[in-house]
Design a protein around this ligand. Structure first.
Ligand code: NAD
Ligand code: USQ
Length: 384
């Protein structure tokens, strides 16, 4: 298949690109290096010493003998997106190319507007380009479990059957997103659903949970192929942050009461899920939603886990409950359905003690690169 990876220089996009390439697919990547620029803006950096995209592509060619094409440009530029779609004529478009951080979108008005413009406009350009230039292409779009928020009922996979005043229908599941970033994903979902309903496009919206991990089969082949790994308060996600904090002796930053429960998955399973979605495409006109995570954890339980495994490795890890900089439920019901990817054959890699130990040990190898400054939470949802 011809597979176009949007955001192919990112944490998830890069390992996905080399995975599809290793399977023999014809892969092209698009990126504008927004993520690298955000890290610079924040005074942060990837824990892993990532190479330029050019160097990574060269390394991949040398290691595998395989070529990945690259297009450097901005998805908010319609003529650039048209050019790429026209040139690649993809069978599948895997869309990771967005601003992915909730705290970044909550820094101030400028960052909120930039996030929504980047994400919503980029996805609209992709939808129009597919409609006009590659209408049979399957759009596999990364959404987020955070689109649903934390309602006091079970969360379905995208749609819910509703009985109302004697009539019934199957309608999009209600959304209660918790940040301007998560909201941008809700807007995307509506736009993609519209493209499928009105223009007959085919799409899978992957409502992904929080990803952890650093290594995949292909990134392990050579040091130059490693993916980025962020741990600062804006770009880092919970478990990745806790493991870095454990390594540098920083008290684990559990926000508030710590009962915030989310779906989590290993980066290896992100790639597996995306592969399953690509290999089993939606039908023309079909808009599918898969809830993409393998297990639920509260941040309090995750921190305790890291503390215990750290202790087994001889590290003294402490946990500190810090005031929650976000506005979110700190204890709540959370029971999202996630069967569709399992039905397609997903074999989850669960968070065992060995996985946590492995992550901590990998981080220890880069310990001298850890910057303490950007770890403490500073971005508040309501700074007034
Ligand atoms: P990332 O920032 O590392 O990757 C996104 C990539 O897209 C970056 O390389 C960035 O430079 C590029 N990009 C952004 N806007 C662009 C634009 N306008 N034009 C071209 N390139 C652009 O983030 P990630 O963690 O790899 O996340 C990838 C996707 O998965 C995002 O859409 C994110 O919302 C979603 N997601 C991530 C997680 C997670 O825990 N990492 C969880 C759920 C969903
Ligand atoms: N949290 C802590 N301490 C920390 C960091 C986070 O307690 O040091 C808490 C947060 O308050 C939140 C939970 O952990 O309740 C998850 O936060 P996160 O930063 O790990 O993840 P989040 O902001 O939700 O965003 C991440 C990705 C985003 C993706 C989302 C999936 O950055 O791209 O969409 O996970 S989900 O959470 O399912 O919406």
């Amino acid at each position: 298949m011809k597979i176009l990876i949007l955001g192919g220089d990112g944490y998830l996009g890069w390992p996905t690109a080399i995975h599809f390439s290793s399977l023999g697919h014809d892969v092209a990547v698009v990126d504008n290096f927004l993520r690298r620029g955000m890290a610079t803006e924040l005074g942060a950096d990837s824990l892993t010493p990532i190479r330029s995209l050019h160097e990574r592509l060269t390394a991949w060619r040398e290691v595998s003998g395989l070529e990945i094409a690259s297009f450097i440009g901005d998805l908010t530029d319609p003529s650039f997106v048209d050019l790429v779609i026209r040139e690649v004529r993809p069978d599948a478009v895997v869309h990771y190319g967005e601003q992915p951080s909730a705290p970044y979108s909550m820094i101030d008005r400028k960052h909120a507007v930039a996030t929504q413009r980047n994400n919503v406009e980029g996805t609209l350009n992709v939808l129009f380009a597919i409609r006009d230039l590659a209408p049979d292409a399957h759009l596999v779009k990364l959404g987020t479990m955070g689109e649903y928020g934390t309602p006091n009922i079970d969360i379905e996979e995208g749609f819910i059957e509703i009985d109302h005043k004697g009539r019934s229908d199957t309608l999009p599941f209600p959304k209660l997103p918790g940040s301007m970033y998560h909201l941008s994903k809700v807007h995307d979902s509506h736009n993609i659903h519209f493209g499928c309903r009105i223009w007959g496009l085919r799409s899978t919206d992957l409502n992904q949970g929080v990803v952890y991990g650093i290594r995949t089969e292909e990134t392990e082949l050579e040091e130059r192929l490693c993916t980025r790994f962020d741990y600062d308060e804006v770009l880092g996600t919970a478990l990745n942050r806790f493991c870095v904090q454990a390594v540098v002796g920083y008290p684990l930053t559990v926000y508030g009461r710590g009962g915030q429960t989310r779906g989590f998955l290993n980066i290896i399973d992100t790639i597996q899920c995306v592969r399953l979605a690509v290999e089993n495409p939606a039908e023309p006109g079909e808009y599918r939603v898969f809830n993409q995570f393998t297990e639920r954890w509260s941040v309090r339980d995750l921190a305790e886990r890291v503390q215990r495994v750290g202790g087994d490795l001889g590290i003294n890890v402490t946990v500190e409950k810090v005031a929650d900089p976000r506005i979110e439920a700190e204890e709540h019901y959370y029971n999202p359905s996630h069967t569709k990817l399992l039905e397609l054959g997903l074999r989850p890699h669960l968070l065992t003690d060995d996985v946590v130990a492995h992550l901590i040990e990998t981080i220890q190898r880069h310990k001298d690169r850890i910057l303490l400054g950007p770890i403490a939470p500073k971005t508040r949802w309501d700074p007034r």
